[in-house]
Design a protein around this ligand. Structure first.
Ligand code: CA
Length: 226
């Protein structure tokens, strides 16, 4: 899942990004309101975390702009202690939750997970399955034929994407935009390597093989036997 963080304070922004990436999310970080709104309008995010006091456009304006562009994603605001009265304003604008600075990262992560469960994705199952492969989205666990498979955060995200869009050939550009952040260098073979590693873990030694390369097109996950 992909999260947009808009935070101008460098240390807080880096800390948020690092923590969320370690928790398995793909994160784009914008350092001011204009860049944040641009990403929010054009990117495909599952959630946004917006600081209120931002240069160029404040957090409220970023939220209003994203809603105006039809973006329905859940939004968590980061607000200073003396701006608590702003909550009313934010609620009117369609914010979903607040966290008062300074906060513990564990608290932020708990709020993020709650919002994601409540959001549009919550209507989907918490487990994704194909053949004997099962992916548990909440526990972030994967099993095949009942055997636990250990995946890195990127491999998990890649498998989740392939499973959500099973049967569809996913071009590398789409995979890059969903799984890697905006600094991804498309000249590298990072995706091939990630797919190869994922396959080695979840297809080697099992039948049927679920991930297929479609030459010149991309990758598809499907159960040929089904
Ligand atoms: Ca700020």
């Amino acid at each position: 899942m992909k999260i947009l963080v808009v935070e101008d304070e460098p240390k807080t922004g880096d800390y948020l990004k690092q923590g969320l990436v370690e928790a398995g999310f793909v994160v784009d970080l914008a350092r001011d309101g204009v860049d944040g709104l641009h990403l929010g309008e054009t990117g495909d995010y599952d959630l946004a975390i917006l600081d209120v006091m931002l240069p160029r456009l404040d957090g409220w304006q970023v939220l209003a702009g994203m809603r105006h562009a039809g973006r329905e994603l859940p939004v968590l605001f980061l607000t200073a202690r003396d701006q608590v009265e702003d909550r009313v304003k934010g609620l009117e604008l369609g914010a979903d939750d607040y966290l008062v600075k300074p906060f513990a990262f564990a608290e932020l992560l708990a709020r993020v997970r709650t919002l994601l469960r409540r959001g549009s994705r919550a209507k989907e199952a918490e487990q994704l399955r194909v053949a004997d492969l099962e992916l548990d989205l909440l526990r972030r666990r994967v099993t095949r034929a009942g055997q636990r498979i250990d995946l890195t955060a990127k491999e998990f995200a890649l498998l989740e994407l392939l499973l959500r869009r099973r049967g569809e050939v996913l071009p590398r550009s789409l995979i890059a935009s969903q799984i890697w952040d905006m600094n991804f260098d498309s000249d590298t073979n990072v995706i091939e390597v990630a797919v190869r590693r994922l396959r080695a873990k979840m297809d080697d030694g099992f039948e049927p093989k679920l991930i297929r390369t479609v030459r010149g097109m991309g990758y598809v996950l499907e159960d040929d036997a089904a």
